[in-house]
Design a protein around this ligand. Structure first.
Ligand SMILES: NC(=O)c1ccc[n+]([C@@H]2O[C@H](COP(=O)([O-])OP(=O)(O)OC[C@H]3O[C@@H](n4cnc5c(N)ncnc54)[C@H](OP(=O)(O)O)[C@@H]3O)[C@@H](O)[C@H]2O)c1
Length: 262
């Protein structure tokens, strides 16, 4: 997979492109097609190539437009390029929709998240029709962005989307409460507060990597009648985990609904 073209160069494409670049993927081998001037400017800054029709052999197309634009984009690729291999990042739209239009081409769905930008992405994939050899190459490519999970059932991608695809936003939402308190504590020093939050999250990541079990990790922080225990008790009485789980369920439900809208 030497040359990759992103069809739609918004939030997720930019994150993935930056992740590929920091992993050592050559910028000369990354192309984009983008209509939005704001995103065009951002992509230019990354010094990757605007794909001019038919002048480059593209080994892999990535559809990264909103669901409403996905099928038109798919038709565009099929009409303009011979035997394209296609990955769709688009939430919701099932493989069968694309296959109905052309069942010959190699196609799979992938669901990355924006942490791919730093090599901390988690990407779920569902292979529809890639050959074993090419699937291996795709997994190798996506592994550059972080962790890859392959699903056997396509419906699992919807669950994954609600949990991990949207996941970073939930953590940002939780961190807003930390930020509010920390800004007050640190005389509104935003730089310091960002540094504290980033370090906190990195430390949590390392602890999980090294220690594993979440209940044990909680025990390492909370002591009897201490501050953490007081905080945890309040979370429990306010059903914090139920609220979080309801949020995850709402996202999973929406992800399934989108599947049925298109
Ligand atoms: N953002 C995430 O974290 C994330 C994670 C996983 C998957 N996804 C999926 O990835 C897809 C893209 O999400 P996003 O957040 O990156 O969206 P986005 O920021 O809106 O980017 C999509 C870009 O594609 C452009 N576009 C649409 N149709 C086009 C066409 N025919 N030719 C050229 N450019 C075209 C859009 O232009 P206009 O603005 O003019 O429409 C827009 O700039 C969605 O389907 C989403 O479900 C997103």
């Amino acid at each position: 997979m030497k040359n990759i073209a992103f069809f739609g160069g918004g939030n997720i494409s930019q994150a993935v492109i930056e992740g590929l670049l920091i992993s050592g993927f050559k910028k000369n081998n990354i192309f984009y097609i983008e209509r939005n001037p704001i995103n065009q400017r951002k992509l230019k800054k990354l010094k990757i190539n605007n794909l001019k029709k038919n002048n480059t052999k593209i080994d892999l197309f990535i559809i990264a437009v909103k669901p409403k634009d996905a099928i038109d984009t798919y038709y565009n690729i099929l009409n303009e390029y011979e035997d394209p291999r296609i990955i769709s990042f688009v939430a919701g739209i099932k493989s069968s929709k694309y296959k109905k239009i052309n069942k010959e081409i190699e196609f799979l769905r992938a669901m990355p998240n924006t942490s791919s930008k730093f090599g901390y992405g988690v990407t779920g994939i569902f292979n529809s029709s890639f050959s074993k050899v090419n699937l291996k190459k795709i997994i190798c490519l996506l592994n550059r962005l972080g962790v890859v999970i392959e699903f056997e059932k396509e419906s699992e991608i919807d669950t994954f989307t609600g949990i991990v695809g949207s996941g970073p936003a939930y953590f940002y939402q939780i961190l807003k409460s930390f930020e509010k308190k920390l800004l007050k504590l640190c005389n509104q020093d935003q730089k310091l507060v960002k540094n504290i939050m980033a370090t906190l999250i990195k430390g949590i990541g390392s602890s999980i990597e090294n220690g594993g079990d979440l209940d044990n990790l909680i025990k390492t922080v909370a002591s009897k009648k201490g501050t953490t225990e007081a905080g945890l008790k309040s979370f429990k009485s306010n059903k914090f985990n139920n609220i979080l789980e309801e949020g995850l369920n709402a996202a999973i439900k929406r992800s399934r609904e989108i599947s049925n809208e298109f």
